[in-house]
Design a protein around this ligand. Sequence first.
Ligand SMILES: Cc1cc2nc3c(=O)[nH]c(=O)nc-3n(C[C@H](O)[C@H](O)[C@H](O)COP(=O)(O)OP(=O)(O)OC[C@H]3O[C@@H](n4cnc5c(N)ncnc54)[C@H](O)[C@@H]3O)c2cc1C
Length: 397
Amino acid sequence: MSNKTIKTDVLIIGASASGLMCAIQAGMRGRNVTVLDHANRAGKKILMSGGGRCNFTNMDIDAANFISHNKHFCKSALSRYTQWDFIAMVNAHRIPYHERDLGKLFCDDSAKDILNMLLQECKKAKVKIQLNCDIKDIEKHADGMYDINTSSGNFHSRSLVIASGGLSIPKMCASPLGYKVAEQFGHHIWPTSPGLVPFTLQPHDKEKLEVLSGVSVDCMVSNRRIQFKESILFTHRGLSGPAILQISSYWKPGETITINLLPDLSVIDLLTAKREKQPQLKLKTVLVDVLPRRLLAVLLGTETIEQPLQNLSRERICAIAEILHNWQIKPNATEGYRTAEVTLGGVDCDELSSKTMESRLTSGLYFIGEVVDVTGWLGGYNFQWAWSSGWCAGQAV
Ligand SMILES: Cc1cc2nc3c(=O)[nH]c(=O)nc-3n(C[C@H](O)[C@H](O)[C@H](O)COP(=O)(O)OP(=O)(O)OC[C@H]3O[C@@H](n4cnc5c(N)ncnc54)[C@H](O)[C@@H]3O)c2cc1C
């Protein structure tokens, strides 16, 4: 272990999305910036994001796409550094990208392009990045300076930025450090829980639905608070896919979710009209045009789907419609932090400046990115929050 003391204007803990953006901005303002990270590589989550293609932002960014105990907090940062600002940086680096459904922007080639862009900008801004660095303790002195004791030496800085992310995916170096530092300086932390995470199923549902592993369906998933129209995916562990990940951030243990497997058509109208015109058609022949056969067999039963339409009474059609439009399922749990994309809860926004992300309790201390109680929907919103909050702190440190 080294005993050297390194003086720096700005010390940032976390060399990933929010920390690198903050470092670039502060460095460009002429600040001497050091970023510390215990990982052996910067931006691990960027590299694994969006299936390796990084969904780096969204064309439609709005405060309504974020979950927080203070729903107004994110507005200032999101309006000061917008998706257009980040897209301009991506364009300046000639990174090829494309738009997918619901305004999501992905790299054409690789998430590496985004990380390399940030690292190149860091280099230009003369930012120092120290990897494999364990943070031992942090102290604030009466003169307002912070001392950060680490495995790479003692750092002495006026501004300390916590960009250490949430608890999701411990294998990717997630740790509770940010919450611990917040607590050390008297901050309130909203309870944390995994968000954007697949559901596991109750044993009876798991047994019934296991055979559907790999089946994906566009549907509407809802609970009492919100609804999402995207696809769901049956897996060997339970339910996943965009609509499930979205609702998981609004789910409380024990709650039932509702899945409308055919949100764009009326099963009653379809079956009644077909029964009139072609009564001998089998139910499966009609429904297989709109839903996978395997799913129909599991939900309606093989005997039912073999029935000719003429055998189906009005009541039976209504019962079939109810199953397909209003399927109620009570997840057992979520898969937890092991696979969650984000962490809900975190550092209470009411104790931070929405303009600079600086603590209202301790001057010179900043919290940015996922450690803050701002969690985006699936779709590039979490990175946009990291860029925007990092940028704002970068103007102030
Ligand atoms: C599989 C997966 C896919 C995702 N895909 C997308 C996507 O496509 N689009 C999107 O918008 N969001 C996506 N996200 C979410 C997004 O990655 C995060 O919201 C974002 O990375 C948060 O940025 P951050 O800088 O706050 O934290 P992080 O990116 O988590 O970075 C925190 C950094 O701090 C370091 N650190 C942690 N603890 C310590 C410690 N004790 N000492 C030193 N360093 C420490 C970590 O090593 C890490 O480098 C995805 C997440 C996952 C897990």
